[in-house]
Structure formats: C-alpha cells, structure tokens
Design a protein around this ligand. Structure first.
Ligand SMILES: NC(=O)c1ccc[n+]([C@@H]2O[C@H](COP(=O)([O-])OP(=O)(O)OC[C@H]3O[C@@H](n4cnc5c(N)ncnc54)[C@H](OP(=O)(O)O)[C@@H]3O)[C@@H](O)[C@H]2O)c1
Length: 333
C-alpha cells in the first residue's frame, strides 16, 4: 500500500505519529513521509532519530489551511493524528480545542481535496461516543466532518474514514505512567477514581497496525472500531503495586465510569466483523457504494442486534492482573 507512495502525518511528532512513521519505514519503501506539526524542538529531536532520506519535516498548524495545502502537494495518503486531547485543558480553553480539533479537521479535508489525495484516515477516540466533555464532542464533530467529506469529493478520488479506539496503554499523561511516578516518589497509596471504573485498553502498536489495515479496508465513510480488551482501574493499580493501599477519590469532571465505542443509539448503523466493528454513515453517499457489510478486502460483516452497545463495562473480554502484566511487558509500558 505505501510502497513508492507519499504519506503525510499531521501530529507526526506525537506518540502515534512517530510509531506510525517507524512502522511504515520498517515495512514499506515509501517515496516520502511528511511530518506536519507545530513545535520545532519536537521535530528537531525526531529528525535525530528518523533521518531516512524519504523523511520531510513541515512546521505548520492544522488551523492554517494554506500551509496544510502546501504540505499535501503530491501526497497520496494522509493520517490525521494532530489534536488537542487533554480533557481538562479542553474544558478550560474551549475555543482552542474547537479550533484545533474541528476547524483543523475541516482544513485537512479541504487540503486533501485540493491536492487530490487518495485516502485520509482521521484518528478518533472512544470519548467521541455519547460525549460528555468538549474533547469528545469536538472529536465527534470531526468524525462527522470526515464522514460527510465523502459527499464533497465530487469528481475527486479522495476518500475519508475515521478510526475510533480507547485508551492507549502507557501514552503520555495516562494512568499507568502516573501510578508508576507516584510509586517512585514513595506514595503510600494509589488514588482510584471509582472502584467499578473500566477502560478499553490498546497498545500503541496495535493502534498503528489497525489504522494501517484500514487503509486497505476502507471504501470511505466508515468509523472503524477495533475489538479490544477492557481493564478495571483497580486491576491496573494492583498490577503496578499489588500491596499498596488504594483510596477512592471520586470521578473527575468530564470522566465516565465506562467508555463506549459503539453507542446503543447507533446499533442500527453498527456492523460486526471478526476483529472489528464498523459504524456506517448516517447519510447516503451520492457517488459511491453505500453497502458497508463488505469492505475493500472482501471481508464481510453482519449488522449487530438492535440496542447492542460496545461498552468497556460490558465487554466480553477483560484482562486479568497477570494478563495486564504480560500486555504491558509486550507493549513496553
Ligand atoms: N493517546 C491516547 O490514549 C488516544 C486514545 C484514542 C485516540 N487518540 C487520538 O490519537 C491521536 C494522536 O494522539 P497521540 O497520543 O499521538 O497525541 P500526542 O502524543 O499528544 O501528539 C499530538 C501531536 O499533534 C501535534 N499537534 C497538536 N496540535 C497541533 C496543531 N494545532 N497543528 C499541528 N499539529 C498539532 C503535536 O505536535 P506539536 O505540539 O508540536 O504541534 C503532536 O505531534 C489524537 O487525535 C488523539 O485524539 C489518542
């Protein structure tokens, strides 16, 4: 798919973008990989590590459509990973979150259409399903923009899809590195928001591989959701410190007890495949195939039962404490 092709990653210096670039370099012979992000220091540091001749570094903000359009010249595939993603920061600075996550998405779409990019995949999050915080709400708006963009393509070949997944084990600011830091600093207990809290759990490499695969699967208009395990927060704490006391501190504003990836209200749109779900569009596309039960790889799925919800609290796969330890060792967390 990516041999002799040009790929642009918005947010290419982030955790996802870096591993995505590394994985493409290891598995394919791309013509160009363009890293698009704002901070010159992060790009400088990435250049020390990723200096393959096909690598290009563009300083730019997804809020700036002209710059995005310039960076997308001759690009075949775009992965849109740039985002403002911290829930509290988004609540305190709502317009900043809207500008990056919604206006940024719109700019990516227009730049991709202007440059006749072949396929675009935007990263979404479980927080976009039935959102209760602004971060999730902006990601839902972004998902809607990318889905509807397939109707804007007109004579262009560009197709857009989104990938929605849950917590990335060990990502910046997430719970396991937070617990580990507390332990290093000699904490006498670990704070637990709620004893019943659960989360979907995915490794960064599995997230990258899922996105890669969906470039082959997509027709345009899908929201792809991987089938992944859930974890209980109390088990995560026990996995890093089996003997340390846990204290319940209460759910923080903007947090849910359980996360959802496919809401019950969307069950009439949800199609189940062997290892993933597809949320098919609420709208009809004028110029393309509207049947999402078969993908471009020929894999077939079945509509789920009315009312089905893919929820981290009722998932049929929970990791045990020893499985969490194995998972973290494999994922280098
Ligand atoms: N981590 C998770 O647990 C998780 C779970 C589900 C979904 N996701 C989604 O996955 C995507 C990638 O997440 P990540 O964990 O890789 O995030 P990350 O490590 O925080 O990286 C974010 C990247 O986006 C860039 N960026 C931020 N604002 C930008 C802007 N306005 N213009 C251009 N670039 C900008 C950042 O670089 P600069 O600051 O230098 O611009 C950085 O390269 C996000 O869309 C996120 O919503 C993440």
């Amino acid at each position: 798919m990516f041999n002799n092709q040009s790929v642009l990653i918005t947010g290419g210096t982030g955790s996802f973008g870096k591993l995505y670039a590394k994985t493409i370099l290891e598995r394919y012979n791309p013509k160009r990989i363009v890293i698009f992000s704002r901070d010159e220091l992060k790009q400088f540091e990435m250049q020390q590590e990723f200096n393959h001749p096909c690598m290009r570094y563009f300083i730019g903000d997804v809020r700036d459509k002209d710059r995005l359009s310039q960076a997308m010249r001759g690009i075949d595939y775009v992965i849109h990973a740039a985002a403002m993603k911290q829930v509290p920061a988004s609540e305190y600075n709502p317009m900043e979150c809207i500008k990056t996550n919604i206006h940024g998405a719109e700019n990516v779409i227009h730049a991709a259409l202007d440059n006749n990019v072949e396929k675009v995949i935007a990263l979404s999050t479980d927080k976009a399903a039935n959102p209760i915080n602004l971060y999730g709400a902006t990601k839902l708006a972004s998902d809607k923009l990318f889905v509807a963009a397939n109707n804007m393509a007109g004579g262009h070949k560009t197709r857009f899809a989104a990938v929605r997944y849950g917590n990335v084990a060990g990502s910046r600011g997430s719970v396991v590195p937070f617990f580990k830091k507390m332990i290093e600093e000699g904490a006498d207990h670990l704070p637990i928001t709620h004893e019943d809290m659960t989360r979907f759990w995915i490794s960064l490499q599995d997230g990258v591989d899922f996105v890669l695969k969906n470039f082959d699967r997509m027709k345009g208009g899908e929201i792809f959701v991987p089938k992944i395990p859930s974890v209980r927060i109390v088990d995560l704490a026990k996995s890093v410190a089996p003997d340390l006391e846990q204290k319940i501190v209460g759910i923080r504003p903007g947090e849910k007890l359980h996360e959802i990836m496919c809401p019950a209200d969307d069950s009439h749109l949800t199609i189940e495949f062997d290892d993933h779900f597809v949320l098919s569009p609420t709208i009809t596309f004028r110029s393309s195939d509207n049947d999402f039960t078969e993908n471009k790889l020929g894999e077939t799925g079945k509509p789920v039962e009315q009312g089905f919800e893919y929820n981290s609290g009722s998932n049929n796969h929970f990791l045990t404490i020893s499985e969490i330890l194995d998972f973290h060792e494999k994922a280098d967390v």
